[in-house]
Design a protein around this ligand. Structure first.
Ligand code: G1P
Length: 287
């Protein structure tokens, strides 16, 4: 299955660092965010990846390309591990690019991928969301194969935060699987139909590409994917699955900090020294 990674957004939540550099290229431990996203797609056998980029996003293309000068230097200096690391990146996947022209919203970004996905179902992975466990896409696929429908990953959030997300309403048809009855993009907390927030991973049927060109600008004046899915609901069933482990929305500074600490603590290289640093900084034992 093909994977679409929208990465055309301006990263306004992370200014000023994102003034000139793509938010998808922010480091988390030692890799840019988007490398985690591509690796997640590849691990789910989606090694045909289309990244929807835009103005100021060239660093993404360079990252997934060969870097001859750097490779020569590492080879000459005998840094074999680093050389292997660098060479492995362009070999991760078949990465294609399309430019969005103007950042007109997530729905518009997905529509830019229509000539690539044709009449096949496809994954959408938001380029600034890291989902570390690797279980999300296989779960979406499993539910898609069972019900023959689009499937969205959701996560329960505190009511006060629902206005940051697309929110779904539905009825639970089996533990953790919901048949969606409504979707709303970033509703005010008192109007949200539930606390199940859309969290950056989708498996969509091709019908949504037929509907997207007719979707009008919604929340924030942007063409919203959530609005297109609301239209899709008039034609097809849509399911939601609750995710067993939370991801990190790295476009949000606090979540990016958490991603760095959580993922660094899991590494052999930084795990124990970082734990010691945190204990020292906080003056208490970190569990
Ligand atoms: C987008 C989607 C929203 C979803 C969110 C997840 O919003 O439009 O439905 O809940 O990603 O991170 P954005 O964060 O790009 O404004």
């Amino acid at each position: 299955m093909k994977a679409i990674i929208p990465a055309g957004g301006l990263g306004t939540r992370f200014l000023p660092v994102t003034k000139e550099q793509p938010k998808e290229m922010l480091p988390v431990v030692n890799k840019p965010v988007i490398q985690y996203v591509v690796e997640e797609a590849v691990a789910a056998a989606a090694d045909d990846v289309l990244i929807v980029t835009g103005r100021g996003k060239r660093a993404i293309e360079d990252h997934f390309d060969r870097s001859a000068e750097l490779e020569d230097l590492l080879e000459r200096s005998g840094s074999i591990d680093k050389l292997r690391q660098v060479r492995q990146i362009p070999e991760l996947a078949n990465v294609f690019y399309v430019r969005q022209g103007r950042p007109r919203g997530l729905g518009h970004a997905v529509l830019c991928a229509a000539p690539h996905t044709l009449d096949q179902p496809f994954y959408v992975l938001l380029g600034d969301v890291i989902v570390p466990q690797g279980t999300c896409l296989p779960r979406l696929k499993e539910v898609h194969e069972k019900y023959g429908a689009s499937v969205i990953a959701v996560q329960p959030v505190e009511r006060e935060y629902v206005s940051r997300y697309g929110v779904v309403a539905g009825r639970e048809v089996e533990p953790g699987v919901w048949e969606i009855t409504d979707l709303v993009e970033k509703p005010p907390a008192n109007e949200a139909p539930s606390n199940l927030a859309i969290f950056g991973r989708y498996l969509l049927t091709p019908k949504v590409m037929e509907l997207l060109p007719h979707v009008e600008a919604g929340r924030g004046g942007e063409i919203q994917l959530t609005d297109a899915l609301r239209e899709l609901l008039k034609h097809e069933e849509i399911y939601a699955v609750t995710m067993d482990s939370p991801g990190f929305d790295t476009g949000n500074i606090l979540s990016w900090l958490e991603a760095n600490i959580t993922l660094a603590l899991e590494t052999e290289e930084f795990g124990s020294p970082l734990r010691e640093s945190l204990e020292r900084i906080l003056g208490e034992t970190v569990v």
